[in-house]
Design a protein around this ligand. Structure first.
Ligand code: SAM
Length: 295
C-alpha cells in the first residue's frame, strides 16, 4: 500500500470506497494524523523482529505504520467488528506479516494467543487505540495474563491516562494507578487533541507507554496478590478516611480494628494517616504484615 491511511484524505477515501457507517457503540474514531501514528510507533520502539499485537485496528492506520517497521516480525491485529476485518483483509491483501483476528479483545485468553501465534517466541509488544470504555478492562486483562511484554503503548482518555500514571499524594492516585504500576512503569508520552480523529470524540486523549521494570520489586515482595489488592481497594474506596478506619471498616475485607491498629503501629505508620498518601511499597508492607498477623 502506498497511500497513507492516517491522513484526512486517506481515511475519507476508505470510508467512501467501502461505504462504511462508523459504529459509535464500538468507538470507531479513526486517527488522521500521521504524526500521532509516528509517536505511537516510536514509543513502541519497534525494531523489526517482534511479535506485535494490535487491538482495535479499525481501517488500519496504525496497522499500516507497524507493518512498515516490521521486517521479520509478525503483527496480530484483533478487531471486534467483522465489517472492519473485511476491509482490512482487502487493504492488506497478500501481507504475510499480518494475521487478522475477528474477536472481542475483552474475551481473549492472552496466554493462548501467545502460544498459538507467537510460535517463534519473539519479543512481544502491544499497541492499542480502543474505545475508552473498554481500554481499562482490556489493558488489565493483558497485564494480568502471563504475556511478557517488552512494551505496551495505548491511547486513552486523558483523565484515565493521568490516573494510570499518578503517584501518591495526588488526587488522581487510586486503585487503577496501583493496579497498573504493580505490573509495569507507565508514562504519558503525548497529549492528543480530539481534532486528529474522524469523527472527533468528545474528549482529549493521551498516549500512554508502559515499560517493564528492570526488577519488579512489587511483585517480588507481595506475599498474597489477592489480599494486597483487597487492601488497596479498601484504602481507595474510602479515601477520605484515615487508614485505620478504611481498613477496619472495609466493604471488601473483614479486618479486626485492634489488629489493624497493631499492624500500623508495627509499621511505624500513624493510624490517622490517609491511605492515599502511602507509596505502593508502603501498601505492600502493610498488606504483608496484616496477612501474616491474620494467619
Ligand atoms: N486503530 C484505529 C485508529 O487508530 O484509527 C482505530 C481506532 S478506533 C478508536 C477503535 C477500534 O477498536 C474500532 O475499529 C473498533 O471496532 C475496535 N473495537 C472496539 N471494541 C473492541 C473490542 N472489544 N475488541 C477488539 N476491537 C474492538
Amino acid at each position: 500500500m502506498e497511500n497513507k491511511i492516517a491522513t484526512p484524505s486517506g481515511t475519507k477515501k476508505i470510508l467512501r470506497e467501502y461505504n462504511l457507517n462508523l459504529k459509535k457503540s464500538l468507538g470507531q474514531n479513526f486517527l488522521i494524523d500521521s504524526n500521532i501514528i509516528d509517536i505511537i510507533t516510536a514509543a513502541s520502539a519497534i525494531e523489526g523482529d517482534e511479535f506485535v499485537i494490535e487491538i482495535g485496528p479499525g481501517i488500519g492506520s496504525l496497522t499500516q505504520a507497524v507493518l512498515e517497521k516490521l521486517d521479520e516480525g509478525k503483527l496480530l491485529a484483533v478487531e471486534k467488528d467483522a465489517e472492519m476485518v473485511r476491509v482490512l483483509e482487502n487493504i492488506f491483501a497478500g501481507e504475510e506479516k499480518l494475521t487478522l483476528l475477528n474477536q472481542d479483545a475483552l474475551k481473549i485468553d492472552w496466554n493462548e494467543i501467545a502460544a498459538e501465534y507467537n510460535t517463534e517466541n519473539r519479543k512481544i509488544k502491544l499497541i492499542a487505540n480502543l474505545p475508552y470504555y473498554v481500554t481499562t478492562p482490556i489493558i488489565m486483562g493483558v497485564l494480568e495474563s502471563e504475556l511478557e511484554l517488552e512494551q505496551m503503548v495505548f491511547m486513552v482518555q486523558k483523565e484515565v491516562g493521568e490516573r494510570i500514571c499518578a503517584g501518591p499524594e495526588t488526587k488522581k492516585f487510586g486503585s487503577l494507578s496501583v493496579a497498573v504500576q504493580y505490573h509495569m512503569q507507565p508514562e504519558i508520552v503525548h497529549q492528543v487533541p480530539s481534532s486528529v480523529f474522524i469523527p472527533q470524540p468528545d474528549v482529549d486523549s493521551v498516549i500512554v507507554s508502559l515499560s517493564p521494570y528492570e526488577q519488579n520489586i512489587y511483585q517480588e515482595e507481595v506475599i498474597s496478590k489477592k489480599f494486597f489488592f483487597q487492601i488497596v481497594k479498601s484504602i481507595f474506596q474510602q479515601r477520605r478516611k484515615t487508614l485505620r478506619n478504611s481498613l477496619s471498616k472495609s466493604a471488601v475485607i473483614n479486618l479486626d480494628r485492634d489488629l489493624v491498629t497493631q499492624a500500623l503501629e508495627d509499621e511505624g505508620i500513624g493510624i490517622k494517616k490517609r491511605g492515599e498518601k502511602l507509596s505502593i511499597s508502603e501498601m505492600i508492607s502493610i498488606s504483608n504484615r496484616i496477612y501474616k498477623m491474620r494467619k
